[in-house]
Every structure is written in C-alpha cells, then in structure tokens.
Design a protein around this ligand. Structure first.
Ligand SMILES: [Zn+2]
Length: 178
C-alpha cells in the first residue's frame, strides 16, 4: 500500500486542481504555481536552513532525497532533501503528491558535467529514480559548467537506497558503492 498523506503535506496550500504547492514550487507573477520549476531562493534556503523541500518544516536527523543515478553516485542534489514521510509520499504518488518531481529540472542537467564512472550509472538508465536516506547534508557551493555557482546539498553516506518503480519502492541497497 502506498504511504498515507502526511499531515505536513495535507497542510500545504493547493492549486486549483488540488495539487499541494510545495515549499520550493515556483509561483508566477500571476500567483499560479509552475510545478515544472523550482523557486531558486527558496530552494537554496531549504538546503541551507535544513528545511524539507516539500513541506518546508525543519528536517529531522534522517532525511531523504529523490534523484537519478548521478545524485546517488555524487551525493550532490539540487533538490533540497526532504522529510522521509514527504519523500516516500512523493515517490509513491508522483502525480498527486508532488508534480515537480516528475520533471527533473534543467538546472540539474546543467550541472551534470562530470562523466559517470560507477557501475551504478552504467547499469541504470538516466530516467531511473531513487529514494535515498541519509542522516546529514551540508550546503555546498558548486561551480556549474556555465561558470555560475549555485548551492547544492552534499549528502552524507546513504543509509538506505530504494529504486522508485511504478509508484513502489524496491530495495536497491546493493547498488550503494560507498
Ligand atoms: Zn516534509
């Protein structure tokens, strides 16, 4: 069974279709949320102040990220880490729970300049997404391939790794290389 709607997501404001508007969802000048875009300053604030990227509440010790093989390999994510409950809900309800996670944003592709080297990346397609848990992250400044800098979250060791497949989470701990 999929995860129940966490109360912190239920408490979020909703758009006219009933989608929860996350902490980092970009809001246009017309007040309409754009789920395909992240609000850059709120994204950085969440990473720096250790707030959940979905509900905006302070993170507990264990937090989770959702990302592709590159995120799992590098431990670097442009999307802020999330409460475990929020992340599990988003992973298992990709449409209703968190539309922004459906479309990995262009900023992420922009930073993926380094060639992947691990068996993990060789094995998994880029469209594969994982939910990884960790107990800490640090904000780091990363220089992007276009010369600009941005804040990203550098995560500590993964304490669990699950592949997201059709709204289910499948243990993928065997793919953790470090
Ligand atoms: Zn949360």
């Amino acid at each position: 069974m999929a995860a129940q709607l966490p109360p912190q997501i239920a408490a979020l404001p909703k758009d006219r279709h009933g989608y929860p508007i996350t902490f980092v969802t970009s809001i246009g000048d017309d007040g309409i949320p754009d789920f395909s875009d992240l609000d850059g300053s709120r994204r950085a604030k969440a990473i720096i102040e250790q707030l959940c990227g979905i509900c905006g509440r302070p993170l507990h010790l264990v937090r989770a990220v959702i990302g592709g093989p590159q995120v799992v390999e590098s431990h670097l994510t442009v999307d802020p880490p999330m409460c475990v409950e929020c992340a599990v809900f988003a992973a298992t309800h990709p449409v209703a729970g968190c539309p922004f996670l459906l479309s990995p944003n262009a900023r992420y592709r922009k930073i993926s300049a380094d060639e992947p080297t691990s068996p993990l990346i060789a094995e998994e397609r880029a469209s594969t997404f994982f939910l990884a848990r960790t107990f800490a992250h640090d904000p780091v400044r990363v220089r992007l391939s276009d010369g600009s800098e941005d804040v990203m979250a550098l995560c500590a060791r993964w304490t669990s790794l699950e592949r997201i497949s059709g709204g289910e989470l499948i243990d993928a701990r065997h793919l953790i290389s470090r």
